[in-house]
Each structure stands twice: as structure tokens, then as C-alpha cells.
Design a binder for this molecule. Sequence first.
Ligand code: FEO
Ligand code: CA
Ligand code: CA
Ligand code: CA
Length: 631
Amino acid sequence: MPIAPPDRPDRRLFLHAGGAAAVVSLLGQGCAHGATDASLPSFPSLAASLDDAVRVPAGYDWQLLYPWGAPTGVAGRMPAFAPDASNSADDQAVQAGMHHDGMHFFPLGASSDHGLLVMNHEYTDEQLLHTAGVSGATAWTAEKVRKSQHAMGVSVIEVRRTAQGWQQVLPSRFARRIHAATPMRIAGPAAGTSRMRTAADPAGERVLGTFANCAMGVTPWGTYLTCEENFHGYFGGPKEAARAATPAQQRYGTVPGSQWVEYWRHDERFDLTRHPNEAHRFGWVVEIDPFDPQSVPVKRTALGRKRQESATCTLTRDGRLAVYMGDDERFEYIYKFVSRRRVQPGQDAAARAANRDLLDDGTLYVARYDEGGRGRWLPLVHGQDGLDAAAGFADAADVLIHARLAGDLVGGTKMDRPEWIAVHPQSGEVYVTLTNNSQRGDPGKPAADPANPRANNLFGGILRWREDGGDAGATAFAWDHYVLAGDTALPQAGARYPEGPAGEKADLFGSPDGLHFDSAGLLWIQTDMSGQTIGKPPYTALGNNQLLCANPATGRIRRFLTGPKGCEITGCVLTPDRRTLFVNVQHPGETRDDGSAAPNSAWPDGKAVGSARPRSATVVVRRRDGGIVGT
Ligand code: FEO
Ligand code: CA
Ligand code: CA
Ligand code: CA
């Protein structure tokens, strides 16, 4: 039985639906302390840290919620986490996955104290996942493959704030793990076409699972969009077969011999030499209804196939849906999908039914950033601008399945690894993190350009644009750089931050990745500097990865949270009342110091490095006095 969705719409998504009047009224209702308040953010800035610990500013507390291995809450199936990693593959299918990434809080009813927390589990660390790890290709077993597949995907957990802090509701009728073996449907123009058909699915309309789930999006009708990013690493085959890889396979990285894990030896659908079309069924945005545990997730092919990072939704001036997406690899593109039909407002059963196929019909665009701060959205439409059979695109499905090749042909701008995209809730300005690109300007690689101005871009930055007419449906925009990240004390870094009020200097960071606007227009920036570089020149002064809060209206950028060693900070989301902040600590201990086999973190369970397996986890941050986070 479908469960009634919440009655409270996500206000951010409706700001532009009714034009200026709606914006004014919403500002009046909910944003008395909005970002136009020059004092925000007003918490005391936190120092950079290299400790194996989570730190938050004075006046705030954090608590642990839902680390890897915690029971998801499926009734009758709640195996406890085994610290020696001896949980079975079946256990893992009903426990928190590894490496939490994108996340959203869906209120139940109108409450900011009770809701569903939905999050991605991006990838697996096989050395931590199995008691004895895996060493060498032959150490893989079918059971290890299954456990690994169950450790990615999505969690839906029910959470509630109590006198003892936030807790999972256990068991919960909503609790659900979606993973690499969960049946799902393929929809949109590529569904059922020849490149999507496999031996196991001759119709090309059904697929098992989702994995490599990185950033996310939320639709106005209350569904969750999970994004399949580094799917290529899970497909493989004998390396002798690499020579036969097509240009498209090379471009997407689905080349035998280059796999990260050895699934193909025990699960033949991951063998590119036997089932080459299976890889076409990954790299999509997947829509999940978190309120109905029986619902079948749907892969939305109209949005294009890429190493999908985010799928950020907003409304066009005439009420259609715009979805902004990044493709996170060096020299890849930024995309926008605009639906053909208008969104039926609301989250009731009628609205959800009316919008159930909305993501299957529309236009996909790729971004071109021109000199002079102007840019264009270039449509990827079969039969237009050379996207035809002569260029290798037999039909519309070909354009979507090989969106990267279509982007090449129409002349998109090759970016410095686009990660998350966030839309300012009042102005509609769009912000994207470009995390870094150490190959920019290398021989044979694209040179610096106006939008990606630094060769050997070690620190990344944040670029933003304003669609013409303030309309997300526009095909042209104005852009600028909000931040060129890095250490300003190192002139060669080329860092540039906005100046805060009264000349206040920004807190420094590198490799921005996660990005979230709260409803007041404060921008929460999360970083993912590589574990190999943290604490070493030229990154030393930037400390461990962290969460910062920025106010684009004033230029202020302050560090709010610092993570343990080797982790990435990601998935930040605030409750609608802005009194609780959820954020993910991903892959603590990712780095093996000095080539040793031991991870360099024991967070959150151990005190000394080596005393416990580090675990990715969601943490909750609140002000001690229960006030609004960030103020
Ligand atoms: Fe999974 Fe591009 O971060
Ligand atoms: Ca990311
Ligand atoms: Ca990243
Ligand atoms: Ca990372």
C-alpha cells in the first residue's frame, strides 16, 4: 500500500512558480533571518584541523547517526554491525551501506523533528568491507561480490528527534535498502531500444539495481533522485579484451581490464565482453519514491547518461521542471534537462500521479561558457546540429546513451570536474562546484579557458550563473566565478575569495564538492580534497575536509565543521526549520599513510588509529540552545 506523502511541499522548489508575488510572500513567511541579514552566518569560525575527529563551533553539538553497518530498520531483519566485518551479504542488504554521499530529509507531516532521511552509498572499500579484505583478483568470491553490491545504493531510514537527540525509528515501515540487485524499471526515450537490451532483459526495460550513487536531487512532487556516478569501475573483463573497446566505451571508461573490482569473475552481467549492453543501463538518474517501500525505482533516460553527479531541480517561469546535472570527470560537461510538460504542483496523490512520467519527455542541453561572462545551453536533439546517423547517432536513444559524445559534437565547454549544483532559493542563481583538474593545460589536454581559468587546477572552485530573465527555461545565461579555492598565502595557487563584511577574510578551503542552499539562502559548501594530499603542501593550511557556510549576499565564508582524517564531508541538508543539520562523513581513513595497509582513521568507534575499522556515517549537528543552525 502506498503511504501518504507529507503535506508540506519543499518550499525551495516553488519559489519561482508563481512569479514575483510568490517570492515576496515566501520571503515574508520564512526568511526573516534570511541571507539578506548581513550578520549571517554568525557562528564563531572554526580553525582548520588535522585531528581524527569531528569538530563544530562553540555553542554547537554533534551526534552520530547511522554509521555503515547500522540496521536500516526493516522489520524482523535488523542484524547488528559486526566490528570484525563478519556480517554476511544478506546482512549487508538490510544495513547501512558504505560511503554515504548525497542525502535529503523528507518531513513526515509538517514536522522538522520527524521524517525520512534518504541517502546514497557511493562506493565500497573492500579492505574494510570483508574481514580479511581482498588481496588480488583471485581473492574474490561470489559472496564478497554480493556483499559489495549490497553495500552501495540508497538507504531510506525513519528518524525522529527525542529528548535524547535524534534517533532512528526501529523498525520502520518506511525502512528500505536499495542496492545493486534491486529490480527497477527503465523509462524515457532509450528504454526498450537496441543498446539497452541484454540476454537477461530482451525487452530493455528492466534492470537490476543502482550503484556508485553520488549526489542527488529532489523533485517538487517529493521523490528522490539518486545519481549513478562511477559505474564504470564495476564493469570489467580480461584485460586482453581492452584493445577491442569502442571509442564510446573508452570515453565512458567501460573497458575490460580497467575495472576497480572483480565482479565480472562471479557475476557475468558485469563482464563487458559477454554483456556489453549492460553498462548502458547505468550512468543514469534514478527516481525513488521514499514514502512507498514497495515502489519500483525508475531510471530516467531522458536526462542523459554520464558519470552522474547531481540532479538539482527547480521550476522554469512557466512551471516546467529544470534539472541541472554535472558529469564528474576531468573535461566533462554540465547539463540541463527541461521537461516538456508543466509540473502539477503539490505532493498529494493527484500531483504525484500527474508527474509520474514528467521526467521522460523533454530537452537535454549541454552548457557552453563563453568569454565575457555569457553562456548558452546547446540542445542535444537527434537530427539537429549534426546529431544524426552520419555522425554515429542512429536515433534519440543514441544521443542520450552517449550524451558525452553528443556534447563534443555541439561544442559544450569541458569543465574541471563538475560535482554538485545548487539553486539559490530566492534569486534562482545556480552554483556549481568544479572540484579540481590537475590535467588542465597538460600536453594534449584542453588549455585554461574563461570558465576554467587555471592550468593544473589543484584546488577547484565554485562557478555560478543567472539564467536570462531569471528563467530556468532560458537558453542563455550570465556567469562568473564565486570562488577560486585554495590557499591565498600561496600566490601560485591563484586563489580568489569574495571579501566579507568590513573586509573580513574568507576561511580557506580546497576541492569543493557538496553544495546545499538552505531555505534562507545560506550556502553550505562541503569539500573532498584527495586523501593523498590532505595535510601536505600545498594543501597543509586547509586541514582535513570540512563544511563551510557562505552568504553570497555579503561574501562571508566561515568554516562550520571539520572532519576526521581521510574523510570527505558531503550530503549536507537542513531540516525545513533550519534547527537541525544532517551531514555525511564519507570514507574516514581512506588514506593508507606511508603505504601501510592500515587506514589512518579509527573514527567514529576507536580512539587510536588501528583500534577500529573506520566507518562512514551520518552526523547530526544542532545548536545547544536549539536555535537556527548557522546563526
Ligand atoms: Fe562522487 Fe564526483 O563525487
Ligand atoms: Ca561528489
Ligand atoms: Ca569529489
Ligand atoms: Ca571522495
